[in-house]
Write a protein that binds this ligand. Structure first.
Ligand SMILES: [Zn+2]
Length: 261
């Protein structure tokens, strides 16, 4: 996954907007990226994402401590099929995105199995395409939850999302589905912002993603090129200063615990 793809998929939020974000809608990206706990589930159900309800389901309370855990890369894939139509063809009240959008999980498979089927690959990884699954395949969603029937020229996406293995439970999850406390190496960010252990550490807070090794921002402008210092080995990391995602989250990362201020 490259940087543009990570931004498009909402994996990069307000804590780490990079240059390309300005050319797009920061608001839209933040909305997609700042929701976190079960956004993938919400997408699948085509319901507006309710962070408070999701946090309650996860047992996360305001002011609570959240234990962090490592997400290690695997060569497993969750393949899903997405149809959507940009806001130019009317607004949508039911998808949770403001525009017509449906995502359907198709299967779990692996890099190797997709490659064997002839799926396009880049650096040994399956890429996101529009037509690797024929458009006649009945597993493609045909209509939005609001009833809008997708047209042929609406967007088609075959999304092979990498699965990560939780270091604490061994469960396989996509980045979208990983709950608050997840930590991972955003290696697609390139070498510029790697930390002392040569990873680009990202943490999912209850308010969205936080690039610990990235720049910090104030009023949309870069405040410090390297916003935080960190010590400790993942997931037992301590970072300074606090993380503040305006209107969403304010907390510490101390010894591998997210502690809300
Ligand atoms: Zn719709």
């Amino acid at each position: 996954m490259n940087l543009a793809e990570a931004i498009r998929r909402g994996l990069i939020a307000e804590a780490i907007p990079a240059r390309p974000v300005r050319a797009r809608s920061v608001k839209e990206l933040a909305r997609a990226g700042l929701v976190s706990v079960r956004v993938h589930e919400a997408q699948l159900q085509n319901t507006p994402f309710d962070y408070a309800a999701a946090a309650a389901r996860e047992g996360i309370e305001m002011g609570s401590r959240i234990r962090c855990f490592w997400l290690g890369p695997t060569e497993e894939i969750e393949l899903s099929l997405r149809r959507y139509r940009g806001s130019d063809r009317g607004k949508c009240a039911t998808s949770g995105f403001g525009y017509h959008n449906v995502n359907a999980i198709m299967e779990r498979t692996s890099f190797a199995q997709l490659a064997a089927r002839g799926w396009p690959m880049s650096d040994g990884r399956p890429v996101h395409t529009g037509d690797s699954v024929p458009h006649s395949d009945p597993r493609w969603p045909r209509s939005c939850s609001c009833g809008y029937a997708f047209a042929d020229d609406d967007e088609w996406q075959c999304n092979p999302d990498a699965l990560f293995r939780r270091g604490d439970t061994g469960e396989l999850v996509t980045l979208h589905a990983a709950p608050a406390g997840a930590m991972w190496d955003a290696d697609w960010m390139g070498e510029h912002h790697k930390g002392p252990d040569w990873i680009h550490l990202c943490v999912r807070t209850p308010g969205g993603e936080w690039s610990v090794d990235g720049p910090s921002y104030q009023d949309g402008k870069v405040q410090h090129e390297r916003g935080w210092t960190r010590t400790g080995t993942v997931p037992d990391v301590t970072a300074n200063p606090t993380i503040h995602i305006p209107g969403k989250y304010h907390g510490f990362l101390r010894g591998g615990w997210l502690e809300e201020c």
